[in-house]
Write a protein that binds this ligand. Structure first.
Ligand code: ATR
Length: 286
């Protein structure tokens, strides 16, 4: 559908933003839904963030995704913040409702979607989360809402302990934090049902690096890597070789995009179309 004077515009702001999968994923979703909408990427400097938000209002964009480095700073320019985003402390989606800009975080819903596609039930079970950055916050709050018991392990243990304390305070779930070493991982994984990697270890070009020794992985574990480039990280390869169930980071990416699509359009997201586009962009299309 060619843009016209009536076309509704959404987009993504970040820096860098040119490698984002979201324009291809969302434009395909708009097309599949048969709506006259378009999604574009805007590279926005930190110093121009406030001007960019003013631009959203002035130009009447319907919505934005927000990525690195603006996910936290953006919060001070919005009119309201959804409670999930407030707890996570970051916004990745903005909905412009007649000039009222509301911030959401759809990464937690994306992770919940990924777990559902993997058929993993975490209620009442221990889940080991590797990393304590922004990605970990969305994952850990999502796990707490699902009734799991998250244990966060991080290279810098103070960050893991701080995140565990936040989650325990906000949700009442008994989260714990520890240091990321082969021996702590080995011990914690024994009683866990799922391991989730939220660190950047294994991301292209360091495709042979893994945050978790292969000996820790077993058949009765599920393993989710939120890194999706490469599609099969060293961790996912090791997990597959150990007979563990694997959940690709593509599912979290698609799930967060699907939730954003639904917030903007009010329509059900064409998840299969969105997944196919992402896999094609990553060079694994059918
Ligand atoms: P994001 O918001 O994408 O999660 P981040 O806040 O920079 O990004 O967090 C990156 C995570 O990857 C952190 O948990 C980081 O550990 P530290 O808190 O100790 O920095 C982790 N990480 C990055 N490189 C790592 C490495 N080589 N080994 C172990 N952990 C690493």
């Amino acid at each position: 559908m060619k843009p016209t004077a009536a076309t509704v515009v959404c987009g993504i702001i970040g820096d860098p933003v040119e490698h984002s999968m979201s324009p291809a994923m969302q434009n395909a979703a708009f097309e599949a839904a048969g709506i006259d909408w378009v999604y574009v990427a805007f590279r926005v400097d930190r110093e121009l963030l406030s001007a960019a938000v003013a631009g959203v209002r002035a130009l009447g964009l319907r919505g934005l995704n927000v990525t690195v480095p603006h996910k936290v700073d953006i919060m001070s320019y919005l009119d309201s913040i959804d409670p999930v985003a407030r707890r996570i402390g970051a916004v990745n989606t903005i909905v412009n409702g007649s000039g009222h800009l509301r911030g959401y975080n759809t990464d937690a819903a994306g992770f919940t979607h990924a777990l559902a596609t993997g058929g993993v039930n975490v209620a009442g079970r221990r889940v080991v989360v590797l990393g304590a950055g922004g990605g970990a916050r969305a994952v850990v709050y999502s796990l707490a809402d699902l009734g799991a018991v998250p244990v966060i392990v991080n290279r810098t243990p103070e960050r893991a302990e701080a995140l565990a304390a936040d989650v325990t305070r906000d949700t009442g779930v008994d989260a714990a934090g520890s240091v990321l070493t082969p021996s702590t991982l080995d011990e914690l994984a024994r009683s866990a049902v799922l391991i989730v990697n939220t660190t950047s270890v294994g991301m292209s070009p360091h495709v042979d690096a893994s945050p978790c020794p292969p000996a820790v992985l077993r058949r009765d574990l599920a393993v989710c890597d939120i890194v999706y480039n490469p599609l099969r990280t060293a961790l996912m390869r090791d997990a597959g070789a150990a007979g563990a169930r694997t959940i690709s980071g593509v599912e979290m990416l698609v799930g967060q995009g699907a939730r954003a699509f639904e917030l903007w359009t009010g329509l059900g997201a064409p998840v299969d179309v969105m997944r196919r586009v992402v896999l094609t962009e990553l060079g694994h299309g059918a």
